[in-house]
Structures are given as structure tokens and as C-alpha cells.
Design a protein around this ligand. Structure first.
Ligand code: ATP
Length: 582
């Protein structure tokens, strides 16, 4: 049972155990609510002869009072236990779920993030987890509790008197059938609502991220109109989903109430025929007044339960996504990076690298050049195993990186990407990301080597300045220098520089290149640069065009070849002499 709950709702073992206990306590708490009914029936049965003048005095009221108090205590204790298991258990499970989800996301391959968009993921992590909290504390235990306890009570009532039992209970399957048969419809509407909600989150996120460009292009009105349309679509989808659920629920609940009428009609006829006594009749009347409430509640919970199934499916997609794993311990002979007939595509059918082979030797600088979209950045990402190759292999010091754990592999790579990522933290901590546990002195030394020390010193809090989300308070060049400082601090044997000096002015670029020259000595360096002059001195230049290696060699040999490289150099020289004519 615990195993089934765990699988059905993607719970931890402890979470499934807590849910099971919450359901059991919910069943007991619901059954305990029938105890006052039974007591009331017994008391009425005792009082009726007195009321009808058949007996003068009835004894035992003190005893009934004591039993009543005991019943109240039982009800209180069972409800307390149900409450603590359902609520505390749920919130503890929620904490575990969020931690495991974060852990999983940390270890997922980049391919996963490529398949899912950010708004969708945020919605799963924040929205779905919050919905689970509500569902597992307010709905799931109560639903199963009501269903099981009512079934037990129904069985007892049917055994006691099947005619009265059917008069009381025929409404339950009809009412539930109304809600259950429309399940697919409700799920469809819930899914539509979720899709429009994700679309809306994407729109808001995009709007916030691109607000600068939207304003610059004078597109606020058009953009807000589009956002309004998304808002309307989400609102409409929510209203129709709620309307359908509410109407079906109300119909079901109305059908349930018909049961009281049939109990009265059937009961009266059976009494007249003297087939049942007054006590049985009263008992079923009281049962009718008590029994339909938990059933009504269970029906109201069903819509949320359908939604939970949908969210569990989304959560499982993350939890069950296959992890990249491999050896955490591996041995290399030096640090040559070899691409051996590598094929790769981000999306099936759209090949980005067709057949790429080259060797980036340790102690040498290998530059990747070529027209935009040729696959240069992709090569850098594959070298660091951000994605798995589709064909061929990549080796580091002779070891096939496909067999190495990506996290372990990362210790051998220092990377400076085109898109710098900085955290909303102090400059000191942003650089320290390069090497956890590095001393402040080491951080400052790296910052000096990356020519950031001077601008950092001028900031009001120096190295303790918090730089805002993704370094929003710094210039592009300053951000890039911080990321170079980070790479310098890491000091790994393989260095990937993807447009590392793209945001720098010529003066800073020259200074940084001096720093990089120090960093790279004795290491395997793979550099991507659009400015040809920055890679002229590279030991090897690999020219990429449309996913294949078009040419290989150093600057002089490639210039003599009169091929694509020479053409690119020529184009850049022309561009450098280009002037704005007015
Ligand atoms: N995450 C991604 N998902 C899908 N396609 C991608 C992704 N990243 C890159 N591509 C595609 O792969 C191809 C190669 O891109 P890549 O960034 O490697 O080229 P590049 O040579 O570095 O280009 P540039 O010089 O403009 O930076 C391009 O067609 C690009 O559209």
C-alpha cells in the first residue's frame, strides 16, 4: 500500500508512510463522527417509550452522559492525530520534495533545460509544490478517509436492513458517477488552464527580461496588448475549468440530498407495513443527515485530486529524467583534448556538427573561428560535456569523457563564456565561485591578474559590494573581467574561452590578454574569438563552417592557403576600415 502511494503521488518513503497514517486517522476520525449518531439513536430509542407514555421513568441518563463525554474525547483525539499527520507530515514532505527537486535540477544534463522552458520549470518548482502542500494536507487524506469510512458505515447499514440501506445509499454511486464520468473533460480543462498559465508566466518573464528593448523599440503598447491577451486566455481557461467542476459538483451534491427523501418514503412505508421498528427508522434518518456530508466533501475534493494527478505527472518527468553519470575517478595522460569524428545536434534532425575532428594540444592555444552559427560555441560546450555527443568521441588526456561523471570532469575545466553569469552577491563571493574555499588573498590576486582590482577598489564597499542580479550594477566589460578572474582563480588544466574578451575595449582587451597568457601557460586552451587579430598568435586555428572543419593550421599556413580563413581575415580588415558616412 505504502509502495503504491509512493509511486502514485511521487512521494518519499516517509511521505507515503505519513500519508497512509493520515488516511487511517481520517477514516477513524470519520467513523468516530458516527458514534454520537449511534448514541443519539440509542437515547431516542430509550426516550420514545417515555414520550409515547408507554413507560413512566427511564433510568441511565448519567451513564449516557459519561459515554457522550468519552465519545467527544475520542473524536477530539482522532481528529488531532489526523490533523497532525496530514499537516505536519505534508509540510515535512514538501521540504524533502523541494530539496530533492533542487538536487535533481543541479545534476540534470543541460539537454533537459533545453527541452523544458524556464517558466514551465518555475511553475513546477514553485506552483506545483505549493498545490501539493494544499492537496496533501486538505484533500487527499480527507478524500480517502471519507471514502473508506463511509463505505464501512454503508456496509453496516446495508447489513442491518438492506431495503433501508439501498434507500439511503443509491444516491452515492449516481452522484459519484456524474463527477467521475466527466473526469476526462475536467482534466482537459485543468490542462488547458495550466498551459495558459505557463504561457502567461513566460510572457511576464520575457517582458521583464526585455523591458529595455521593448522601450527602445517603442513597443510597450503592442507588447502589453499581447500580455493582456495571454491574461485573458488564462482567466477564461480558469473560469471554464472552475465552472465545469462547480456545476458537476453541485449536481452531484444535489443528487446526494435526494437520499433523505427516499429514506423518508421507504422508511414510512416499511413502518406502516411493520417491517421495521421506529428505532431503525430514526437511525436511518439520522444516518442520512450525517452520511452525506463526508461524501459531499469527498466529491468536492475530487476536482483537486484530478489536478494533483496532472501535477504529479509533471513532477515525475523531472524526478525520473535519466541522470548523466560516469566515473568520478579517472586518470588522464596529460590534458590533450581530442575531437574524433564528432557528430551532434540539439534537436533531432537539425545536425549542428557533422564530422568534427581536431586535437587541442596541452601547452598550446587552439583557436576556433568561422562564420556565425558554424558550431564554435557548441564545440566548447561539448568539450566540457554540457551535452553528450551523438556520434564519434571526445577524449581528455586519452580518457573518453562520455564515461566520466560531468561534475567530476568540471574540476579540469576553467570556462569563460560569452554570456557571463554573475550572482546577486558580493564581488568577493562571485569570484570565489571559481574555487570554493579560496582565501580572500587568492581572490584578490585573481582579480588583480584579470585587471578588475582597480574598478573594484573604486566601488563603495570594494570587494564586499553586492552587484545585483547578474551583475546589473556593472558594465558588460566589468562583468566579463570578473568571470575571467573566476577562471583564473580556478586554475584548471583545460581552459575554454568563448568570446572572453568580446565586451572589452581594445585597451582592456590587451591587458586581459596578457593576464590570459599567464593563465594559459602549460595548459590546453580552446579559444573562440571573432576578432581575428586576437587569435593570430594561436598555435593552431580550426576553421569551422556549417558544422565541419573547413581548414586547420596556424595563421601563416592558412593565409597562404587562400581559403575561408583568408577570406574572413580580409572581411574583418575591410570592416575595420569601414566608416559611418553622413
Ligand atoms: N541551445 C540550443 N538549442 C538549439 N540550437 C542551438 C542551441 N545553441 C546553438 N544552437 C544552434 O547550433 C548552431 C551552432 O551554434 P553555435 O552557437 O555553436 O555557433 P557559433 O559558431 O558559436 O556562432 P556565433 O559565432 O554566432 O556565436 C546554430 O545553428 C544555432 O542556432
Amino acid at each position: 500500500m505504502i509502495n503504491r502511494l509512493q509511486k502514485k503521488y511521487a512521494l518519499s518513503v516517509q511521505g507515503a508512510k505519513d500519508l497512509f497514517k493520515a488516511i487511517v486517522y481520517s477514516v477513524l476520525a470519520n467513523i468516530s463522527l458516527m458514534l454520537p449518531v449511534a448514541l443519539l439513536a440509542i437515547v431516542l430509542n430509550t426516550m420514545l417509550p417515555m414520550a409515547l407514555g408507554m413507560e413512566e421513568k427511564v433510568a441511565g441518563f448519567a451513564g449516557y452522559t459519561v459515554v457522550g463525554i468519552i465519545i467527544l474525547v475520542i473524536i477530539f483525539v482522532l481528529h488531532y492525530l489526523q490533523y497532525t499527520k496530514a499537516y505536519i507530515g505534508t509540510y515535512e514532505e514538501s521540504e524533502r520534495r523541494r530539496i530533492t527537486l533542487a538536487e535533481k535540477l543541479r545534476t540534470l544534463p543541460l539537454g533537459f533545460f533545453h527541452e523544458r522552458d524556464l517558466a514551465d520549470l518555475t511553475s513546477t518548482i514553485m506552483g506545483d509544490c505549493a498545490s501539493f502542500e494544499h492537496a496533501f494536507s486538505h484533500t487527499v487524506p480527507q478524500f480517502f478517509g471519507a471514502l473508506i469510512s463511509t463505505s464501512i458505515v454503508c456496509l453496516v447499514l446495508l447489513v442491518m436492513n438492506w431495503k433501508m440501506g439501498i434507500a439511503l445509499l443509491w444516491v452515492a454511486p449516481v452522484a459519484f458517477a456524474i463527477v467521475l464520468l466527466s473526469r476526462k473533460w475536467q482534466e482537459l480543462l485543468a490542462k488547458k488552464y495550466m498551459t495558459t498559465r505557463i504561457d502567461l508566466s513566460e510572457g511576464i518573464q520575457e517582458c521583464l527580461e526585455t523591458v529595455q528593448d521593448i522601450k527602445a523599440c517603442n513597443q510597450e503598447k503592442t507588447y502589453l496588448e499581447k500580455l493582456d491577451a495571454k491574461l485573458d486566455a488564462a482567466e477564461k481557461a480558469q473560469i471554464s475549468s472552475e465552472m465545469v467542476s462547480a456545476s458537476l459538483l453541485t449536481t452531484g451534491q444535489m443528487v446526494l440530498r435526494l437520499g433523505l427523501a427516499t429514506v423518508i418514503v421507504v422508511g414510512s412505508s416499511l413502518i406502516l407495513k411493520e417491517k421495521i421498528d421506529l428505532f431503525t427508522y430514526i437511525l436511518y434518518l439520522i444516518a442520512a443527515s450525517r452520511l452525506y456530508d463526508p461524501l459531499s466533501g469527498a466529491m468536492a475534493n475530487m476536482a483537486e485530486l484530478f489536478g494533483v494527478n496532472l501535477q504529479v505527472k509533471r513532477l515525475k518527468e523531472i524526478q525520473e529524467y535519466p541522470l548523466e553519470n560516469g566515473q568520478t575517478e579517472y586518470h588522464t595522460k596529460g590534458y590533450d583534448v581530442i575531437f574524433d569524428h564528432v557528430k551532434f545536434s540539439y534537436e533531432t534532425g537539425k545536425t549542428v556538427l557533422k564530422d568534427v575532428s581536431f586535437t587541442a594540444k596541452q601547452g598550446q592555444v587552439t583557436a576556433l573561428v568561422g562564420p556565425s552559427g558554424g558550431g564554435k560555441s557548441t564545440i566548447a560546450k561539448l568539450a566540457a560535456k554540457f551535452y553528450d555527443v551523438d556520434g564519434g568521441k571526445i577524449t581528455l588526456g586519452g580518457a573518453d569523457i562520455a564515461k566520466i561523471d560531468p561534475v567530476a570532469l568540471m574540476k579540469d575545466f576553467s570556462i569563460v563564456f560569452q554570456d557571463v553569469v554573475l550572482f546577486n552577491n558580493t564581488i568577493m563571493e562571485n569570484i570565489r565561485v571559481g574555487r570554493k574555499g579560496a582565501s580572500d588573498e587568492d581572490v584578490i590576486a585573481a582579480a588583480k591578474a584579470a585587471k578588475c582590482h582597480d574598478f573594484i577598489e573604486k566601488l563603495p564597499q570594494g570587494y564586499q559590494t553586492v552587484i545585483g542580479e547578474n551583475g546589473s550594477t556593472l558594465s558588460g566589460g566589468e562583468c566579463q573581467r570578473l568571470s575571467i578572474a573566476r577562471a583564473l582563480l580556478k586554475d584548471a588544466p583545460v581552459i575554454l574561452l568563448d568570446e572572453a574578451t568580446a565586451s572589452l575595449d581594445v585597451d582592456s582587451e590587451t591587458q586581459i590578454q596578457e593576464a590570459i597568457s599567464e593563465l594559459v601557460s602549460g595548459k590546453t586552451v580552446l579559444v573562440i574569438a571573432h576578432r581575428m587579430r586576437t587569435i593570430e598568435a594561436a598555435d593552431q586555428i580550426v576553421v569551422l563552417d556549417k558544422g565541419v572543419v573547413a581548414e586547420k593550421g596556424n595563421h601563416d599556413t592558412l593565409m597562404k592557403k587562400n581559403g575561408l580563413y583568408r577570406k574572413l581575415v580580409g572581411l574583418q580588415t575591410e570592416a575595420a576600415n569601414w566608416k559611418l558616412s553622413v
